[in-house]
Design a binder for this molecule. Structure first.
Ligand code: MG
Length: 289
């Protein structure tokens, strides 16, 4: 099952995207949003996945927001979770390896959907950069989750771009502010349920800027795999249905290229992933003051 959040002139509502690109309105199934469907639990997910619901919209006729435009709290993120990204750049002063996942967060107000603009304020950053990532979404609440039970707590997966203002990140001496700017977390186009994915490890994903490939990897290349991330994050910290976790980016970000590259006004950033669709966003620079 593929979940979307639809924006029409009248309303924003959750939906289920069917194979023919028609969309079942979640309110007709008793859930106003994708988050409400997730919170309703696995029986409701199975009911939503049934193929007998009448469609309300077609994908061509609607705009999409992020699959969960307003999650319960900040978007959780893992840094430095692919060895090739860990190794790129030569002046980072990183230790030989990291025994535990590096966690940080982005405010949920960074979230935008497929087709929305990544808005860059040139008075704030001259170094907006891309980070292609797989997002996982919690389905069932839990804390102290053992790795072997982690899959039982997941709802699904999506594509996400952890857009980062590298100069802001460095100026403030930590990661949060440079990753927290409005529109700096494109996610989507849809959220696919775990039950409809054959083999998560085999998911490959890539990112292009203006059609030129910048990043490409597969889930199986993560340093800390998804069960370990979920388990570690849940240690003495309750995870909630609808929580979003970005699982890290591979090599090929703009900052570590030679010469360095950053997003420019009008750039089109496209992510694609096995079974996860295509997430396309244009970069729009604000007028400098
Ligand atoms: Mg990242």
């Amino acid at each position: 099952m593929r979940c979307v959040t639809v924006r029409t002139p009248e309303a924003t509502a959750g939906g289920i995207l069917r194979d023919d690109d028609s969309i079942v309105a979640l309110p007709s199934l008793g859930h106003s949003s994708v988050l409400e469907l997730i919170q309703a639990g696995p029986d409701a997910w199975d009911a939503g996945a049934a193929d007998n619901h009448p469609a309300e919209w077609h994908l061509d006729e609607v705009d999409l927001a992020a699959p969960i435009p307003v999650p319960p709290r900040n978007v959780f993120c893992v840094g430095l979770n692919y060895q090739d990204h860990y190794d790129e750049g030569d002046d980072r002063g990183l230790p030989e390896d990291l025994p535990l996942p590096v966690f940080f967060t982005k405010p949920w107000t960074t979230l935008i959907g497929h087709g929305d603009d990544i808005v860059v304020d040139p008075d704030v950053t001259a170094m907006a950069d891309w980070e292609a990532e797989i997002a996982v979404v919690i389905g069932v609440e839990g804390s102290d989750i053992e790795p072997e039970r982690a899959w039982d707590h997941l709802f699904g997966l999506s594509l996400a771009n952890d857009v980062t203002a590298r100069d802001v990140q460095r100026a403030h001496g930590q990661w949060f502010k440079g990753k927290a700017l409005d529109t700096f977390c494109p996610m989507g186009p849809f959220l696919r349920t775990l039950a409809s994915i054959d083999d998560v490890d085999r998911i490959a994903f890539s990112l292009t800027v203006n059609g030129i490939e910048k990043q490409a990897t597969a889930v199986e290349r993560m340093i800390h795999d998804i069960p370990r991330i979920v388990s570690q994050l849940s240690h003495s910290m309750r995870l909630l249905p609808g929580d979003i976790i970005l699982t890290g980016t591979p090599s090929g970000v703009g900052f570590w290229r030679e010469p360095k590259e950053f997003l420019a006004n009008g750039d089109v950033v496209e992510m694609a992933g096995t079974g996860l669709g295509v997430l396309r966003n244009q970069v729009v620079f604000k007028k400098s003051k």
